[in-house]
Write a protein that binds this ligand. Structure first.
Ligand code: NDP
Length: 421
């Protein structure tokens, strides 16, 4: 049917690319590109050695910080869709290149600058903190600003098709379409009950992960943001197939888009589970300055502490063989249907070792990589169509929900869920 160019070949991309190759009726051709082309070549060899896919796979070298390099690559590959699974830092350069070439764009995380000390970015950020009331480094304003340009060019940008954001956002559209006349509250619960056996490691890119969880928390209530100290709000929850876990309120990017796209929603919160050991390690690293994102001089060389830490920590892509246990990620909704109050939970349970057996990755990469393939498939097949910049909850959720069942992330609707107080 068509050709996808995937930028990035890290933990998430490796799953997404293998799922594209499984779905060879849709993805005739897959080009994998990043700065380290040897990693892309290794994945190409792995898929070809398995001999199960008819997709043609090619690889290329690109530095996605350069719009010119990206344009040259897109012009030579001629993809129908570019799937951005590099880092949030590259979102805008890749969006610019897609715009210049008239090609659809899909990603899994919203824009965040690499250099948070950049005065030009900082001025806009500080104004936004004051006006909107949340201090996270990432927000959708940068990418939503492309709406008119993408509309005028007649191309589609789909933002945030991972699990959260992504599946949790599609769950919300599905709940609204089939279970509610009005949704009043959304609690997004992200539980990783997996154990990799290391004293400390992150399940996806350490820099992005640690920036996210060490930041202030926040939630949306009655039309505005309420900000909390990091890890200030803690709850316990008994997760199906995982058990009782501590979870903490975090700021998360889908809160921003759901507040805009789910009419009448009064409160949206996001909770993620963390063990005490993870939190103690993180606090200690933060206290000694290892989570700093600015540049410091070390023996005559500039280094960014969090990037140095990333080099020391286990590569998330290497956790696959050693991680056991399950993830349980989903959303609890309350609201009104036919004049009566209602509450439901929609969730997926994913087993780390099952993922490893299928694609050689742990469940965090799997639960992000599968929806990245599905979102790209929605655009490639024309099931999701429109000129402009969209979050996934703005489209018909039904074909995406069906695809989740088919491609490895089956979901359950619980009409009598345990609530979070
Ligand atoms: P990794 O760090 O494992 O991989 C990142 C990849 O991006 C690498 O292959 C790297 O390759 C490539 N890359 C980085 N910089 C550049 C550049 N300048 N040019 C070209 N390629 C580049 O990250 P993950 O796979 O863990 O995460 C990928 C994305 O998924 C992130 O944006 C993350 O935030 C998002 N994510 C989303 C989730 C969701 O549920 N929505 C959950 C988890 C992650 P190289 O160094 O060779 O260039």
């Amino acid at each position: 049917m068509g050709k996808v160019l995937v930028i990035g070949c890290g933990g998430v991309a490796q799953v997404a690319i293998q799922k594209c190759a499984q779905n060879d009726a849709v993805f005739d051709e897959i080009c994998i590109a990043s700065r380290t082309v040897s990693k892309c070549d290794d994945l190409k060899k792995k898929i070809e050695a398995e001999g199960k896919s008819r997709s043609k796979i090619t690889t290329a070298k690109v530095n996605a910080d350069s719009v010119d390099e990206l344009i040259a690559l897109i012009k030579s590959v001629k993809p129908d869709v570019v799937l951005n699974l590099a880092l949030p830092y590259q979102d805008l350069t890749i969006m610019d290149a897609c715009l210049a070439c008239g090609v659809h764009y899909v990603d899994s995380a919203n824009y965040e600058p690499e250099d948070t000390e950049d005065p030009k970015w900082r001025a806009i950020y500080e104004k936004r903190c004051k006006e909107l009331g949340f201090t996270a480094y990432f927000d959708y304003s940068w990418q939503w600003a492309y709406q008119k340009k993408y509309k005028d060019a007649g191309i589609t940008a789909i933002l945030g098709t991972g699990f959260d954001p992504g599946v949790t956002s599609v769950f919300s559209a599905y709940a609204l379409k089939h279970y509610f006349d009005e949704i009043h509250t959304i609690d997004i619960l992200d539980c990783n009950g997996g154990d990799h056996g290391y004293p400390f490691a992150t399940n996806f890119n350490p820099e992005i992960n640690l920036r996210e969880v060490s930041a202030n928390g926040s939630y949306w209530e009655n039309g505005h943001w309420v900000e909390t100290k990091p890890m200030e709000i803690k709850r316990e929850y008994n997760f199906e197939q995982v058990g009782m876990k501590d979870m903490y309120l975090l700021h998360h990017e889908e809160i921003e888009s759901l507040a805009k796209n789910i009419p009448g929603v009064k409160r949206i919160r996001f909770f993620m589970t963390f063990g005490q050991s993870y939190l103690t390690h993180m606090k200690c690293l933060e206290n000694v300055g290892m989570l700093r994102t600015d540049t410091v001089m070390f023996e005559g060389k500039e280094i960014v502490p969090i990037q140095f830490l990333k080099a020391l920590l286990p590569d998330p892509a290497s956790l696959g063989p050693r991680t056991v246990g399950k993830t349980n990620i989903g959303c609890i909704y309350t609201g009104i249907k036919d004049g009566k109050k209602r509450a439901i939970k929609i969730y997926n349970v994913c087993d780390h070792q099952e993922c490893y057996k299928e694609v050689g990755s742990q469940a965090i990469s799997y639960t992000t990589g599968v929806p990245a393939m599905i979102g790209t498939m929605m655009v490639m097949t024309g099931q999701w169509k429109g000129a402009g910049v969209f979050n996934v909850e703005e489209f018909d959720p039904d074909p995406y929900m069906e695809a989740l069942n088919k491609w490895g992330l089956p979901w359950v609707v619980d009409e009598n869920p345990v609530m979070v107080d």
